[in-house]
Ligand binder design. Structure first.
Ligand SMILES: [Zn+2]
Length: 341
């Protein structure tokens, strides 16, 4: 099949690789209809994560079941499915506890920017879109459900966003924007989005942000606290993963607040002393996508949310190298890739 591979930082190719094969009876192969580039794909692209030369890359996709293993009961070829980036059995203790992203049988999508993706634990992981192939106009929204929207949702759940409360979202990437949307659906009355980029500010407002703060660091934190009566937010969503972002998140949390963090941490050192003094907690991690998927799918199908707005560029999958460049250079918020076949 054709799939996206990374050979070195900045070196993305769309090339022939071996087809995925069912290796366990619980596996399924999905023919990708649409994939996309994740903010976390930029870590290896920028050389901030190690690169295994020639490895396939891409963990977000939707598609049609092509083939299933002997023990897969709930899916059959032809089903249109959302593929969570992390695969789970949905039956072990971690899964039953709502942390499917720490499943005993955890797996990951590794060729979501290719023609086919292998899914481990198909029954536990996949969620079908009922009624056959959906309207292509829905593809963008459905595609966000494989990672970015449930991750933003997880930030809001972890931060304990509540009806009538206040929330701050640190990070204006697609996850942060989805966090704004999540906080809005959960009924937060004041939602402050921290964003310096005009197109992202626009999406944040459309998703429910009541305020936008464009400054960063200490100055930005002070501006946010001013908006929130000088106290800080009830709930803070940290959607970046850097030490600066976490520092800002903790600085804008009111005493007793929780910071929900979903950015893959890179070099974060928690200010435990300040957290102690202010009774600020940090909760979150890799999103248990499967846990939230049915609820989020319903919200999309009911027309209550349109997270597909985070995609501001769509390219044929063969142009994936340009997709990475556009995101790396911040010319695009998030790029959707349409399958070649
Ligand atoms: Zn499990």
């Amino acid at each position: 099949m054709l799939a996206t591979t990374i050979h070195a930082p900045g070196d993305i190719r769309f090339e022939e690789v071996p087809d995925p094969v069912l290796s366990r009876p619980t596996d399924a192969v999905v023919k990708v209809v649409a994939g996309c580039v994740c903010g976390s794909d930029l870590w290896p692209y920028r050389g901030e994560n190690p690169v295994r030369a020639g490895a396939t890359i891409g963990h977000e996709c939707i598609g049609v079941v092509e083939e299933v293993g002997a023990e897969v009961r709930d899916f059959k070829p032809g089903d249109f499915v959302i593929v969570p980036f992390c695969h789970c059995d949905n039956t072990c203790a971690a899964c039953r506890g709502g942390v499917q992203s720490a499943c005993d049988n955890l797996g990951f999508t590794t060729s979501g920017q290719g023609e086919y993706a292998l899914v481990n634990q198909a029954d536990g992981s996949l969620v079908a879109v009922e009624g056959g192939a959906p309207d292509p106009a829905l593809h963008a929204a459905l595609l966000t459900l494989s990672d970015v929207m449930p991750t933003g949702w997880h930030a809001a759940v972890s931060a304990r966003v509540r009806e009538g409360g206040t929330a701050v979202v640190v990070g204006d990437g697609a996850v942060g924007l989805c966090g704004v949307l999540a906080a809005s659906v959960m009924g937060a009355e004041t939602i402050v989005a921290m964003s310096r980029h005009e197109p992202r500010q626009e999406v944040a407002r459309a998703f429910g942000a009541t305020h936008v703060v464009a400054t960063r660091g200490r100055e930005g934190a002070a501006e946010v606290r001013d908006i929130l009566d000088g106290v800080g937010a009830d709930a803070v969503l940290e959607c970046v993963g850097t030490d600066d972002a976490m520092g800002t998140a903790i600085a804008v949390a009111r005493p007793g607040a929780m910071v929900g963090f979903v950015g893959v941490p890179h070099g974060i050192e928690l200010p435990v002393r300040r957290m102690f003094e202010r009774n600020v907690g940090v909760q979150g991690g890799m999103a248990p996508v499967r846990r939230y998927l049915p609820e989020l799918l319903q919200l999309v199908q009911d027309g209550r949310i349109d997270p597909g707005r985070v995609f501001d560029l769509t390219l044929p999958m063969a142009d994936v190298a340009e997709a990475y460049r556009a995101m790396d250079e911040r010319r695009a918020i998030k790029v959707m890739l349409s399958s070649p076949s």
